[in-house]
Design a protein around this ligand. Structure first.
Ligand code: ADP
Ligand code: GLC
Length: 471
């Protein structure tokens, strides 16, 4: 079976969050299961682009409204990722250092989708399935079915994975002229509440719709940022498949980004050395439990709650706990975290920015990982934490609920709390400190978490089963 994944991110080529991790790992595991999995992403000017060699496999041009763009499809030469990697290079649109956040993102991702479809439509054969990820590729299922330019793709099954329904990529009907011509009777399929909504269009047009955890799918029927009724209406084609992690990249025994590698037998020593390096770097006390947060500093992640959680915990429990935050995002949250660091003279530090190597060191060197998320479709951080013997402290929502059992319950591996609020999170900080001070129990919980197999093996097969059901 041949699968073409189309995405805005793919680790290590371009990553902003978990979408990159998933698209960098799932195809590799599908390949191992005997399928041919290919990935196509934009050719942003990232470090990966600058340091790898590519062959041009397709050259063409396209109209985006009234503007003409040349584009190239490049194939990475060494095949080092374990699947075929293709980059779509559109000078003037996609040759940016970053992935998102440009004023012309609508045009950029529209052009990306058109280029991919123009190219695939010319293949000698058709892939068995086209797998789209999130709204950046959401117009593809629609155009495959109703675009006049793509008759050869009409019968190819399409699958949409919703990684995050908060982001839908809406734009006004005044930009309709940017979309390649299609059967206008079908315009309604593009519409959601008076705008062109790529995520909604994909939910309507894809043959199957998956979400990245079963728990998140259940939540979407009642909370999907305005798409609840649509998701309920399309319920029969939805399925929740839990994300896995790339255990080749995320392995404390081999991870080159750690101060000291460790496994279950050398857990204490390994965590101690990594914690020490981290605490020295950030001026924290190694003897105290270290609670960290890694992630986008946005409301979805509950990042705005962090300053108060940290401030209150340090006041109520002076000298009992340390906090460390790595992230970037909302400027106000960034500012208030920096402000909190100035105000509390000890016990907290923050690194504003994106830093892959530091994130690995934090997973390894922390005792707990705090995730007070309001919305968490799956969450990979808690899975990495578990694998590194770090205890996740999570709000019970979406994928967090599906993957973390509270240590007070049978087979518990973490700490759970119900409300995305300061009080609940602070209470879980107290529980974390108590657990930390009970060395035997702490070790037992850590080892239990490390033992769990969260690799992609079973979920990758689940996706293959979904594709097979579409034939
Ligand atoms: P989301 O995709 O919603 O951001 P996930 O939990 O699925 O959340 O994935 C987040 C991924 O991004 C993880 O690999 C995490 O380690 C990484 N990450 C997030 N913020 C940063 C950062 N500031 N520096 C390095 N890695 C980060
Ligand atoms: C999204 C979600 C996150 C999920 C990731 C990968 O960014 O916010 O919860 O883990 O996609 O599927």
């Amino acid at each position: 079976m041949e699968i073409l994944h189309i995405s805005a991110e793919c680790y290590p080529v371009a990553k902003v969050g978990g979408l990159g991790d998933v698209v960098g790992a799932l195809p590799k595991y599908q390949h191992q299961l005997g399928s041919i999995a290919k990935v196509v992403v934009p050719a942003y000017r990232t470090k990966y682009y600058d340091t790898h060699e590519f062959d041009v496999v397709h050259q063409a041009g396209m109209w985006l409204g009234h503007d003409w763009y040349h584009f190239n499809v490049l194939k990475e030469r060494s095949n080092e990722l374990g699947f075929d990697l293709y980059l779509v290079d559109i000078p003037g649109l996609l040759d940016t250092p970053g992935v998102y956040g440009y004023p012309n993102d609508t045009e950029r991702f529209l052009a990306f989708q058109i280029a991919v479809l123009d190219w695939v439509n010319e293949w000698q054969h058709q892939p068995d399935v086209i797998h789209c990820h999130d709204h950046h590729t959401g117009l593809i299922p629609f155009l495959m079915s109703y675009g006049y330019k793509y008759p050869r793709l009409k019968e190819v099954p399409s699958v949409l994975t919703i990684h995050n329904a908060q982001y839908q990529g809406q734009f006004g009907w005044d930009k309709l002229y940017l979309i390649p011509s299609f059967d206008l009777w079908k315009s309604g399929l593009l519409d959601w509440r008076g705008a062109i909504n790529p995520l909604a269009a994909a939910i309507k047009c894809a043959w199957r719709v998956t979400t990245v955890s079963p728990g998140y799918l259940e939540e979407l029927y009642s909370a999907a940022n305005g798409l609840e009724s649509l998701i309920s209406q399309e319920r029969q084609k939805t399925v929740g498949i839990l994300n896995g992690i790339d255990t080749l990249v995320w392995d404390p025994a081999t991870d080159p980004m750690l101060t000291l590698n460790y496994n279950e037998d050398t857990l204490e020593k390994g965590k101690e050395e990594n914690k020490q390096a981290l605490c020295e770097r950030f001026g924290l006390d190694t003897a105290l439990p270290l609670i960290s947060f890694i992630g986008r500093l946005v409301g979805e992640k509950g990042a705005d709650l962090l300053p108060e959680i940290i401030d209150r915990s340090l006041h109520e429990l002076p000298g009992e706990v340390n906090f460390l935050v790595l992230g970037s995002g909302d400027p106000h949250v960034e500012w208030s975290l920096q402000q909190t660091r100035e105000e509390v003279s000890y016990g907290f530090n923050v690194h504003i920015g994106y830093n892959e190597a530091l994130s690995h060191q934090i997973y390894a060197g922390s005792d707990f990982l705090l995730m007070p998320s309001r919305v968490e479709p799956c969450g990979l951080n808690q899975l990495y934490a578990l694998r590194y013997g770090t205890i996740p402290m999570v709000r019970s929502t979406g994928g967090l609920k599906d993957t973390v059992i509270d240590f007070g319950d049978k087979d518990g591996v973490g700490i759970r709390f119900n409300q995305a609020g300061v009080w609940d999170a602070c209470y879980s900080v107290k529980r974390a400190i108590e657990l930390y001070n009970d060395a035997k129990h702490l070790r037992e919980i850590r080892l239990r978490g490390m033992h769990i197999d969260h690799s992609w093996s079973s979920s990758a097969q689940h996706y293959l089963d979904v594709y097979s059901s579409l034939k």
